[in-house]
Design a protein around this ligand. Sequence first.
Ligand SMILES: [Zn+2]
Length: 113
Amino acid sequence: MDPYAEIREVLLAKQQELARRLESLKQNLRGGRSADSQEQAQELENAEVVDALGNETRIELNKIAKALDQIKNETYGICADCGEEIPMARLKVHPFADRCIRCATAAEEGRRR
Ligand SMILES: [Zn+2]
């Protein structure tokens, strides 16, 4: 029994949701151009927002792909710093966590110094 089966399901569902969102964002971008210059400016602004959302979505999709890869290669849920297993409770809340709480906290503090 795969211990991460549940997380994989969550990731796959999220992946589908994001792919759908990206698709509808793209369709929004392809929307018609208005003759009115004020409307054109508004459309351009919308396109920028849509683009930013699209980038965010793509970044998240990359994280999901990476996590799914790690599950397949059995390298998922291992702390990048100390090599200990990341507790399941943490992974359920943060499926993309690549550090255990102790190392993540240490990294945070290091950044603050
Ligand atoms: Zn660690």
